[in-house]
Design a protein around this ligand. Sequence first.
Ligand SMILES: Cc1ncc(COP(=O)(O)O)c(C=O)c1O
Length: 421
Amino acid sequence: MNEGLTILTMTPASASAAPVSPNASPLDHGPDSVSRRSSLAVNGGTPVASEAIPMIAVRIDDAEIDAAVRVMRSGRLVQGAVVKEFEAQFAAATGARFAVACSNGTTALQLAYQLLLERDQSALVPGWTFIATASMVRARPAIPVFADALHDTCCIDLASAEQQMRDSTRLIVPVHLYGNPVDIGGVQAFAARHGLKVVYDAAQSHLASYNGQPIGAYGDAVTYSFYPTKNMTTGEGGMVTTNDEALAAELRVVRDHGMRVRYLHEALGFNYRMTDVFAAIGIEQLRHLPEWTARRRANAARLDTLLRDVEGVHLPTTTPGGEHAYHLYTIRLDLDRLSCGRDTFATALAAEGCGYALHYPRPLNRQPVFLNDPEIVCPPLPVAERLAEEVLCIPVHPFLTDRQVELVAEAVTKVADAYRR
Ligand SMILES: Cc1ncc(COP(=O)(O)O)c(C=O)c1O
């Protein structure tokens, strides 16, 4: 057995970094702050980590490779017994009765919307999420209605959702963002009060739980992604889980060209099937997922401890009742306490050898695809817009060593100290 293949991805510094001057802010002067800044690696100082710490790591072991090869040798490549087995195991792992595998997390959303949202109805979506949550509503074609985010948890703000709701709204799509479950109790009560269906977008939240139950146990449907950066991967891949047997059956029909009987097309469908090669990889990844998730949580707990007293940095807040899956460890910078913007902070962090990612640099109400669509209203979303200036994701993945976790915290502390007002 080899050590496994770990593919490391260092997020490039996407931000345009302003050169850091010792006199960057009139509020931060004095010899101490000047010397703290000049010790930053971005200014020629010694980096905290001599080897770059990657933001993301993907691990593929011999087991995944052997399982994929077995399927290839079998000649049964698509939507066969291995996909069925992966579906059964994934449903059990996420607390759902049924699971329907598909080609990615975007098509998982599209399958759910195809059955739970009519053309020209509207769906409440967070303005603070990945584009697919909203763009697949538009692809239905239906109307995404944007709600703001909560500043602490970064998840959908139900008070804002209440304000934005329309007569045409029939669905709400909360996102368990960064691995943090939304307030499912609040969402279910909100949906019941307004007669809405609920699709939870759990692309980032495999094995998160709420009130002790896996998140797959809630709502009309829950969608997942197996893109390589996610908590587990199949290369490309997705899943819809549901407790509704009839809905599961319909999802399978829509996934395969609207066919229940070969070449009898009852409904508009797509080819969103999963290959057995990918499912075989998924089964092996799922085996590791509890251990990897526990390691993510342990890394997050260590970062919480190490960064707790760093002024100018807010740590991730877990929704009450939720158990976070830490797909991402997302800090928020307190820009009143720092003399730099997030992008300068991020560039300095990368120079210290600490990878980072921006999820997201721009909220959905500021995306050209929606701003240029005459049928979509893009209201101001003050919290989402503020988050776009403040958030910074730092490494928390399960393949970090204990020392690397410490170095991540050291790098964040060093940069915050250098830029503190
Ligand atoms: C919240 C969210 N929804 C949906 C998706 C789409 O998943 P995929 O990339 O597998 O299509 C992603 C992927 O990044 C996501 O983060």
